[in-house]
Design a protein around this ligand. Structure first.
Ligand code: FVH
Length: 292
């Protein structure tokens, strides 16, 4: 802890859009903050706001026990910290990566004498420091590190510790991002369907939001089926009915001059499961087909 402010001192490496947003929240909360960025000019506004700017990574790492890294990707983390002395440090990596990269980075940090915590940020920069937006960070790895620094880690966004396995934060992060990607694909297809019609995208948007919000709790139904092994449990709309509906969606796409490439892969998996005689189930069987 800093003796004057009572707030813990920390170092942040990386002042891109996300790093800068994080830095501002720690400064605003009174945490003594040392920052470093590869392109030094990006640190200047933060110096004016009270950050100490380190000229080198070594200097930045030496300044604090808690070192937070928010760089472009895992390779840039390895590059930036290649020669840093991490002995006795608590390293928190908020750089997006795969679970395998996080596990390897944890081993790498521990070999260098540091405790390691990985983080997956479920927020975009404008959500940082604005609790009402609901942004938060998944953390996994050293529980002792998470507990020791929780008050500082909780400043930019909410925190959710998801386990000692350092890969779990990235796993949860990527699972949520993958679901979001499916939603973006569905939205793209829906807007393409109305593109040449007298329907304003702005009029369709609230209908899409309401419909997707109403359908989102199906995640609970899927989870219950996957956990129980009973893929027909509680099914209201079964696969046989849904595959029939798919042909209407595909015919409409064709009539509207819209490509089916976003819908087709998922529909093909539903048809395979139906062909296996699973017409009374929902879509849980697709998860089995995807699992290699
Ligand atoms: N921005 C977002 O919406 C998302 C939200 C969810 C989480 N992501 C992840 O956060 C990491 C950082 O993202 P960012 O938005 O800050 O990214 P940039 O603005 O592009 O800044 C990149 C920083 O990384 C530095 N950098 C790149 N390569 C190296 C390297 N080899 N050695 C040292 N530093 C490097 C770069 O430095 P510079 O270009 O200014 O010199 C920036 O500081 C990221 O994992 C997102 O996926 C953000």
């Amino acid at each position: 802890n800093d003796t004057t402010s009572g707030k813990s001192r920390l170092t942040l490496l990386g002042l891109g859009a996300m790093g800068t947003a994080l830095a501002r929240t720690w400064l605003a909360a009174g945490h003594p903050l040392t920052v470093w960025n590869r392109t030094a000019g990006r640190a200047e506004p933060l110096a004016a706001e009270g950050a100490t700017v380190a000229g080198t990574v070594a200097e930045a790492v030496a300044a604090s026990d808690l070192v937070v890294v928010c760089l472009l990707d895992d390779a840039s983390v390895g590059e930036a910290l290649a020669d840093a002395d991490l002995r006795g440090k608590d390293l928190v990596n908020l750089t997006t990566g795969t679970p395998a990269q996080a596990r390897a980075r944890a081993g790498w940090a521990e070999e260098r004498g540091a405790r390691f915590l990985d983080g997956g940020i479920m927020a975009v920069p404008p959500m940082i420091g604005v609790p009402e937006t609901g942004g938060y960070v998944f953390y996994s790895g050293s529980r002792a590190l998470f507990d020791a620094h929780h008050s500082a880690l909780a400043v930019p966004a909410g925190t959710a510790y998801v386990g000692a396995d350092p890969g779990f934060a990235a796993l949860h992060d990527v699972a949520l991002l993958s679901a979001m990607t499916g939603m973006f694909a569905g939205l793209s297809h829906a807007f393409a369907l109305i593109r040449k019609e007298d329907v304003a995208p702005g009029d369709l948007a609230p209908l899409l939001v309401n419909w997707l919000t109403a359908m989102a709790p199906s995640a609970y139904e899927l989870a219950d089926q996957l956990q129980s092994g009973d893929y027909a449990k509680g099914v209201v709309s079964n696969l046989a009915m849904m595959v029939e509906g798919n042909s209407t969606m595909l015919r409409t796409a064709e009539d509207q001059g819209v490509g089916a490439e976003l819908l087709a892969p998922f529909m093909a998996l539903m048809e395979r499961r139906l062909a296996d005689g699973r017409g009374d189930e929902g879509t849980a069987g697709v998860v089995d087909l995807l699992t290699r």
